[in-house]
Design a protein around this ligand. Structure first.
Ligand code: GLA
Length: 723
């Protein structure tokens, strides 16, 4: 035994480790989470990082973490716990000791469930990890159960606990608000606990997104350095805690937000926490994003590997003023531009309480016979005539007090027994209580009815424009009122699962009053999300930059809107508006007839061009090149096909100050040994000096290209093809 091993056995003794320690290497193609278990002892996390083939490297280097995989409150009381409970006898302690591991496979992923049990109480936690074998993501969650005689109350129940080895870590996360979602914030973690949490109750992506990255030992960098990324697959309130100690080492505790959510767990009931998906890359934040994008496309998003249609959404074009004629015109105009799908937004429903303003009609999902006397059937026929698909907007979790539904079922809303409910949008909006199975049936029925009557509907925009007020459920029993925040989302997911099972080909968009539903809790049931109600092209560069940290371009709905933007009042040229939207899932959000005649041809060609580059943008690898946050006057990003033969590069002028230096546009992700022909696309007047020049991948990445981009609101798209 060498000196190191001798030392190691000393360490083992010190930590009370027996020789029968089992080392579990939970690996993806390029990462490993190393868990160590000794029967009857604490389960430890020893390492998380690049893939390793043997536990010896970790032990021999003296870098093993020896930190608990799921710390419980009670015996050790100083640490921020992952779980805290009160047993029926009032005892507040838990002692979780490793018992055995259950290993299985799900698709191409390996699933590890470490069974921990309390030696005194019949209480069990399974600490679970699912390691994908085609992408570098591990999903982590727990399954909590007991067979005590009476219920046990859970006060804390994190999805996972991740101790980190490095010190001086930097946190990157997205913060925002309505019409300014997804802004990137970065800070060094200092001693203390930093908490990011959400309390909206219904949506969780509007203020802070339930995702983060940690850059180890250095300020965040796009393309280099060790970075851990995580995103919580939950649509309700969440909490992400970063507990940083005196030596600046951080432990992550992530899961459902436990505020006002203590959970009464019945004997034999299994409480499954949502998954926190984690990834690790040595290629900086960009590497983490690409890992998440691949995982999302292959495993998470609905229809993740299919191309998305180019669509026109009626909202900013006509707002609530839908009618047969206007819809017909929009469809016909959009079809002439090369559109593939038309979506009729809010305003089409309600009769006794017609949806003339946003204060009535939600809940009454019947077509407004005054606005649309020939019904949805006629709209579908018109779509067919115009050779495009038809989609429709609903907001099924909500009701207006001015609605027939509310008159019939006042007890279906979220409300306190003895108080008058506070109302939301329009002064009359209320949230339906999705913990109630009858409400779940009703919400499922909205989609089911539409799809049964009109099976040609190919897309649904599912909105949610209110947060949870008036905390209280008429359905939940007295002793389980605190389940509402959780049971609402379990109810929602049940409904979405039923819809997906019955209508597997239906495409859906998750919208939450703009970007409120940007999370992997709901995305398995949606093809895409509406990133923001802000369609201003300049601000969209920031918003789309932000959400692209965790979500792939195919899921980011990005629409060209009116020349004078409705949210910001900014006037931006059509080409710039297209160039920004073409870096995501391109669509339109305006009256197509408002495009001046002399620009219609450009718009038509832009849609055709997008269809050509769509496979690269929607299914390729993304490289963020120059960040708008670096205040260099420009922003730039690119996408490249998996075989590295085809790429699309985007550059935007975002600020134009005299004497401002423009950085060289260095590309990323190309094959250094391939030669690429550069071609400017989507131009009005061709201005790329390098048009049709052939340059090696190596040169494009090392030296880049210098672009004559132009003044404010100028932009450029370059197509690169291997020759
Ligand atoms: C929300 C959505 C918009 C639109 C309106 C309709 O604000 O984010 O896109 O659908 O509702 O009321």
């Amino acid at each position: 035994m060498n000196k190191f091993k001798l030392l190691l056995s000393g360490v083992c003794l010190l930590f009370g480790l027996a020789a029968n320690a089992e080392n579990y290497l939970i690996s993806t193609p390029n990462t490993t989470l190393f868990v160590e278990g000794v029967k009857g002892k604490q389960l430890n996390i020893q390492y998380y990082g690049s893939r390793i083939e043997s536990a010896d490297e970790v032990y021999d280097s003296g870098t093993a973490l020896w930190q608990p995989a799921y710390p419980a409150f009670g015996l050790e009381c100083t640490r921020e716990p992952a779980i805290q409970v009160t047993h029926a006898d009032g005892n507040m302690s838990l002692d979780l000791l490793f018992n055995n591991v259950e290993k299985s496979t799900e698709g191409n992923a390996q699933v590890w469930k470490f069974v921990l049990s309390d030696p005194v109480y019949p209480f069990q936690v399974k600490v679970c990890y699912k390691a994908f074998q085609d992408v570098d993501v591990i999903e982590a969650w727990t399954e909590i159960s007991h067979s005590e005689k009476k219920p046990v109350t859970l006060y804390k129940f994190a999805s996972t606990y991740i101790p980190l080895r490095d010190n001086k870590n930097w946190l990157s996360h997205l913060h925002g608000t309505w019409t300014a979602e997804g802004y990137l914030f970065e800070e060094e973690l200092l001693p203390g606990i930093k908490v990011i949490k959400n309390k909206d109750g219904v949506r969780n992506g509007q203020d802070d997104n339930p995702s983060f990255m940690l850059s180890f030992g250095q300020a965040p960098s796009e393309n280099s350095g060790a970075v851990l990324g995580a995103t919580l697959a939950w649509s309700g309130n969440y909490s992400l805690k970063f507990d940083t100690n005196h030596s600046r080492k951080t432990s992550i505790i992530a899961g459902i937000n436990e505020d006002a959510s203590q959970y009464v767990l019945m004997p034999k009931e299994v409480f499954r926490t949502p998954e926190l998906a984690i990834t690790y890359s040595m290629e900086g934040k960009g590497g983490v994003s690409r890992n998440f994008h691949r995982w999302a496309r292959n495993h998470k998003l609905a229809h993740g590997t299919q191309l998305r249609d180019v669509l026109l959404n009626s909202w900013e074009g006509v707002y609530l003023n839908v009618n047969q004629e206007v819809m017909n015109d929009m469809m016909s105009d959009f079809s002439k531009l090369g559109g593939e799908l038309f979506v009729m937004d809010d305003g089409w429903f309600g009769n006794k309480y017609a949806r003339k303003t946003d204060s009535s009609g939600l809940g009454d999902w019947e077509v407004d016979v005054e606005k649309l006397p020939q019904g949805i059937g006629a709209l579908i026929a018109s779509a067919k005539n115009n050779n495009i698909k038809f989609g429709i907007w609903i907001e099924p979790e909500m009701v207006n007090s001015k609605s027939e539904l509310y008159e019939k079922h006042p007890d279906w809303i979220i409300c306190q027994n003895n108080r008058t409910p506070e109302m939301g949008r329009g002064g009359t909006q209320l949230v339906l209580d999705l913990s109630n199975p009858k409400v779940q049936d009703f919400v499922f029925g909205i989609v089911d009815d539409l799809m049964t009557k009109y099976p040609q509907i190919s897309y649904i925009k599912w909105d949610a424009n209110m947060n949870l007020h008036n905390y209280g459920s008429y359905y939940l029993p007295k002793d389980k009122q605190s389940h509402l925040y959780i049971d609402y989302h379990r109810g929602l997911i049940k409904v979405l699962q039923r819809i997906q099972a019955k209508y597997p080909n239906l495409a859906m968009q998750a919208c939450g009053g703009g970007g409120g539903r940007t999370n992997y809790g709901v995305l398995p049931y949606f093809d895409e999300f509406w990133a923001s109600d802000n369609t201003d092209a300049l601000q969209r560069i920031y918003i789309q930059w932000g959400v692209s940290h965790y979500y792939p371009a195919s899921a980011i709905a990005a629409h060209v809107s009116a020349e004078k933007n409705h949210q910001s009042g900014r006037i931006v040229p059509l080409k710039y508006r297209f160039d920004v939207a073409m870096s995501g899932r391109l669509g339109m959000e305006m009256q197509p007839k408002d495009i001046p005649d002399n620009e219609k041809d450009f718009a038509r060609k832009a849609f055709a061009t997008y269809k050509e580059i769509r496979p690269i943008v929607q299914l390729g690898d993304q490289y963020r090149l120059i960040s708008p946050y670096e205040r260099q006057g420009v922003a730039s990003l690119m996408y490249i096909s998996e075989d590295k033969k085809d790429a699309v590069f985007f550059a935007y002028r975002i600020e134009n100050l005299r004497c401002q230096l423009t950085p060289p546009f260095k590309m990323q992700g190309l094959d250094p040994n391939k030669k690429y022909k550069l071609e400017e696309i989507n131009y009005i007047d061709k201005k790329l000096n390098q048009h049709e020049k052939v340059i090696s991948g190596k040169y494009l990445m090392e030296q880049g290209v210098s672009l004559n981009l132009g003044d404010e609101y100028s932009s450029m798209i370059i197509r690169l093809k291997e020759i």
